[in-house]
Ligand binder design. Sequence first.
Ligand code: SAH
Length: 219
Amino acid sequence: MREPDTRERRKHLVKALQREGLLRTQRITDAFMKVPREAFVPSYLSGHAYIDRPLPIGKGQTISAPHMVAIMCEELMLEPGLKVLEIGTGSGYHAAVVSRAILPGGRITTVEVVRELAERAKKALASISAHNVEVVIGDGSVGYPNNAPYDRIYYTCAAPGVPDTVMDQLDEGGILLSVEGPAHSTQRLIRYERGSGGEITKTPLTYCVFVPLVGKMGY
Ligand code: SAH
């Protein structure tokens, strides 16, 4: 059962992220307020859902910390109607926040390699009526060509780099966020933008630590 004060605790977290300058736009702030993070963490940890930390979700994986979700959502410049690809569903929380920020009209495809996590994420997403999210079970290290091209692509796990096969799924004017660096060490969030002429610009952003990408193009 959801505790009665969860909305208040969510508001508290959102205010803290605003004060830190991480939540900057109304659209992403509203999306954060609409997603109950406790629906995406194991029930024994629901009391910790509004602490700004990653939490274990089983299978050696974690739900991302809210500040990292905020940073990534703002960098993605989410707008209504966008087509988005997420590589690494995990709990489904990050996808849920993105799904709210791209309404109306937007759709997100999220790929998860661990079947059990994907199934759990599907249930959590259904429980909050996130109907514009498609959870795909498979190796997202090669992207998901079936729904390409995408306006936005982002990794929620650390990759050795972005292979052409994924970059080619990004539409003109699109933004791709990757996490690059050694597995189990400090990595860097990187933003790529594809210009209208197809050219790619690369901007390194903040340092971070994510679980490693596995699969064909992973570690
Ligand atoms: N953003 C998520 C956290 C994801 S953790 C959240 O909010 O909960 C990263 C996830 O990437 C893990 O669940 C891991 O299993 C998954 N992953 C790792 N390699 C993958 C691959 N090749 N394809 C799809 N998912 C992958």
